[in-house]
Write a protein of this length. Sequence first.
Length: 374
Amino acid sequence: MAFPIPCGIVLNRSHAEVAAVVLFYMVAALVMVFVNKAVLISTPELPLLFLLVQLVIAVVLLHISAVVWRDKVQLPKRILDLEKIKKLAPVITVNVVGLIFNTLCLRGVEAAFFQIARGLVLPLTIAVTALHTSEAPSGPLLWSAGTVTVGFLLGIVPPTLIPPFATSEASPVPASAIPSSLSLLYGFLSSLFIAIHAVLIKTSLAHVDNSTLELAYWSNAGSAVLLAPFVIFTGEVTLMVDMTRATIQGGTHWNWSVFLSGSLITGCFGFLLCVAGLLSVKVTSPVTHMFSSAAKSVLQTLLGVWLFNDVLTINRGVSILTITSGTLYYTWVKTSGNGKSERASQSAGKWDQEDDSESALLHGAEEGLHEAKQ
């Protein structure tokens, strides 16, 4: 079936479906990033509790969906399946650790800088995949990884150390906009765990009968269980109680409404990202996913500058464009087979990893699949 649109173009139903899924994914992913950032600005003391609430909401919504759409949404019949939990423990552990570093990174950097801080997802995914499969990546793939790495370095190195940008007329970056070394470390570790997660997902699907929905459920529920003790041990629950009491007594003011509404919104959109991840598996291709991610990167930068008054310097802009260019080149190499050796071509399936920067959880099933599909 086709739908006529202006200018004599005919839009196939499949094209409309792809466009709808891509738009759905982009909106959900952008909402996740900016609402997360708003909450972390308002309540930076409770990052793990905030993450835990999101995970719990996503699990609850999955259960509600299973009740409403019994024929389409089927969750595990045995929640305490110890044998399955043991098999899925690696991917669940990597998922929750990646989410923690992802949240801590976003707390410490501006929203417009977030994608730069996590800019090494693609190079690290290629490296981890090579180690896992014992297959060396082709030259063009290495070029794409190198391009992305250069873009990452352009973004984190001070402009004064880069000759083209080290002009006396350049406006100094406010101290508040300069990411700390710890935040950059969180970004690197987040990227590393996303890369490991992308590899583990493929092996873990066999343990859930190749059901991405069931894997998303185990990832969210398992991550919530693993995260809960850390929320208690770090004192965030006690701190929240103290902040609430102080606000009620008028001693200090905690904008709890931002935390509560932000938790509900991100929990719901985390669930929607999970749905978007499942839909994209069926409807979109790696090329579509990469181009939508590139468009999302540009929108995320512009919205960060507009909503949060984030600083966008010349070298940061060049950094984002370089990272995006390297990612698009990677997609072109994979889909065209250009520059692949015969051996690499035969094992091309091993390189079908997609970037998350955003996996639906690794905020649902991408920030899950963060950036490889969940």
